[in-house]
Design a protein around this ligand. Structure first.
Ligand SMILES: Cc1ncc(C[n+]2csc(CCOP(=O)(O)OP(=O)(O)O)c2C)c(N)n1
Length: 394
């Protein structure tokens, strides 16, 4: 019979004095006004389109920027609808809808500066489009014709990551690289940068995310963690994964955490602008919780009606991020302007459809060339087996 003798074995181990680890001192956390528990987060634009004030943040967007936000959000929603239809027609393998999260994505993306770098999860199409990634490049992966998407260096935005929260570790590593390069906290706006990384409420429970928080806090990494709390991790509600507001988790790691009305593009823009400036200036990490809602299935493979209560959808439709900005703008723009935006979005959707249908799959054998820089003997054998098998059908 096996006898478990854990404690004795541990006691037998010779005691070793801890070795000092050389670490860069983390900068002190900037004082940040606390939030009341239970609040809906920083809000600057109410669901009925009226401006409201917040003691902590002012809206930064002028009229022109508001129009740009509106255009970007309408475009994102329209392209999202088109991509969903393309998937239903068998033209995409899968689609990951963003409906409802347009303000969280456009508002935050608009705060990014040229020296910053963005790590998305897999639903951040509006971030990519707002940053100028061509619409078609966002769907290549989901048509199955490419292993990635867009040119990462050109757009300063990593490709999608399906392994939940792994991008938070990539982001912290990238941020620490920026510190080593001396491009953080110099005070030179033409030099300083920071990292913006997106994750979901479910991903907040992953070990990777929590390890990333520890590393970012310990080494003062210039990283803004942007959690889009869309209330659901597939069918698991956010309230089951966290008895406290997700933003409050930052307290335990020792950096500021801010809850924002994620359907308010003005608030998302103002808070993310502050957070990125804080990080660029050497202030260390920030966690933003964008309180929003996914008004669509998790992916096109999911039936959200099995778990999202209908009355919850009704509630969140009344907080629609696009409608509230439309109501704000309606007082100042000509009535025809909204139609023009809609027509431009329809044209972009038609272009996306054309481009998608013209994307031919690469020859299957090219997959083998994407594994290693130099082909190994094993891989060569697999490629030759595959080629023989494929040719047996000719
Ligand atoms: C490490 C890991 N575990 C499980 C999954 C399967 N999975 C894909 S999406 C998802 C839910 C994620 O929810 P959330 O983080 O809230 O993001 P959302 O999809 O709502 O944007 C799960 C469990 C995965 N992709 N990676």
């Amino acid at each position: 019979m096996n006898v478990v003798r854990g404690p004795e074995l541990i006691a037998e181990r010779p005691a070793r004095p801890p070795e000092p680890v050389p670490v860069a001192a983390a900068p002190p956390a900037a004082p940040f006004p606390a939030q009341e528990p239970g609040d809906s987060g920083v809000r600057l634009l109410a669901p009925d389109g009226t401006r409201v004030t917040d003691p902590r943040f002012d809206a930064l967007a002028d009229h022109d920027l508001c129009r740009e936000f509106y255009t970007s959000m309408v475009l994102a929603r329209r392209l999202d609808e088109e991509a969903t239809a393309l998937q239903r027609q068998g033209e995409l393998v899968l689609w990951i809808p963003l409906r409802g999260q347009e303000a969280a994505q456009v508002g935050s993306a608009a705060a990014v500066r040229p020296h910053d770098f963005v790590f998305p999860s897999y639903r951040e199409h509006a971030v990519a489009w707002h940053r100028g990634v061509p619409a078609g490049e966002v769907i290549r992966l989901l048509r199955g014709v490419s292993h990635d998407g867009w040119d990462v260096a050109k757009h300063s935005m990593a490709n999608y990551t399906i392994v939940l929260a792994s991008q938070t570790l990539h982001a912290v590593g990238y941020g620490l690289g920026m510190v080593l390069d001396g491009t953080v906290g110099t005070g030179d706006p033409d030099r300083d940068g920071a990292v913006l990384v997106y994750l979901g409420d479910g991903a907040m429970s992953q070990g990777d995310a929590n390890e990333a928080f520890v590393w970012a806090a310990s080494f003062g990494a210039p990283v803004v963690f942007l959690c889009q709390n869309n209330q659901w991790a597939i069918s698991t509600p956010a309230r089951r994964q966290s008895p406290v507001q997700l933003a409050r988790r930052a307290d335990g790691f020792g950096f500021p955490g801010v809850r924002v009305d994620g359907n308010d593009v003005l608030a998302m823009h103002a808070v993310t602008t502050w957070a990125l400036e804080h990080a660029r200036g050497g202030g260390g990490p920030v966690l933003i919780e964008a309180n929003t809602y996914r008004m669509a299935p998790h992916t096109t493979s999911d039936d959200a009606t099995r778990y999202q209560p209908a009355e919850e959808l009704v509630l969140w439709r009344a907080r629609d991020p696009i409608e509230r900005l439309r109501l704000l703008l309606a007082a100042d723009v000509a009535a025809g302007w909204f139609d023009e935006v809609r027509e431009r979005a329809d044209d972009a959707a038609a272009d996306l459809r054309r481009e998608c249908l013209a994307m031919d799959p690469p020859a299957a054998v090219t997959t083998f060339g994407n594994v290693y820089a130099d082909e190994t003997a094993d891989l060569r054998a697999q490629r030759e087996w595959f080629t023989t098998y494929r040719d047996s059908f000719l």
